[in-house]
Design a protein. Structure first.
Length: 182
């Protein structure tokens, strides 16, 4: 449904994480990845669509040789509530058995998406598998899941921007903001 510009802007409640704060943390994440792999090549795997902005920044923050790959996983939503099923709608083109893999994710909410994706990728025997997430909402967890690296832990509020959407809008905001529900 078409929104008026006023309606669109009114839903951006307040900026939660600024562009500068994200930049700083992404730089740190690049150093952590460089430190762990110590010159060995890696494959960064991002889960579309939400992680596409984060992926673009993370891949430019690492110095080890790196390939990138994309998967599309959809968790189904009723409004802003996850309803359970996770479906892989586009898979990686790489055979990951020869790779050190780092999953680059936008946010961990119920934990269902990453739990499924990690199980799927582990079964393909990568050399190693780690998970980097921009955001984590631990209070929302339905299945147990902890990332290896979390850049920001946030409270239970629906967020938009920096790749994250509400009904496909707001992905292009350069910061992370609270969405005004209702
Ligand atoms: P999970 O499977 O519930 O952990 O959530 C997986 C996906 O739901 C994330 O990768 C996001 O795409 C989406 N999601 C969860 N919380 C939010 C939010 O606050 N804003 C936008 N998307 C979200
Ligand atoms: Mg996502």
């Amino acid at each position: 449904m078409e929104k008026s510009i006023q309606e669109y802007q009114d839903k951006i409640n307040r900026v939660l994480i600024t562009e500068e704060e994200i930049k700083e943390k992404v730089k740190e994440a690049g150093k952590l990845i460089d430190g762990l792999y110590d010159g060995r090549p890696i494959l960064l795997v991002s889960i579309l669509k939400g992680a596409f902005v984060f992926m673009a920044d993370v891949c430019r923050a690492v110095s080890v040789p790196c390939e990138i790959g994309f998967m599309c996983a959809k968790s189904y939503y009723a409004g802003t509530e996850s309803v359970g099923a996770v479906k892989i709608t586009m898979d990686l083109e790489q055979d990951i058995s020869g790779y050190h893999v780092v999953i680059v994710e936008d946010i961990i909410d119920t934990g269902r998406t990453l739990k499924d994706v990690v199980n799927l990728l582990k079964a393909r025997n990568p050399l190693s598998l780690h998970v980097l997430t921009l955001l984590d909402k631990p209070s929302r967890r339905v299945v147990e899941f902890t990332a290896d690296w979390t850049l920001f832990t946030i409270p239970d509020h629906f967020v938009i921007g920096y790749g994250l959407d509400c009904a496909e809008y707001y992905r292009n905001l350069p910061y992370v903001a609270e969405y005004a529900e209702g």
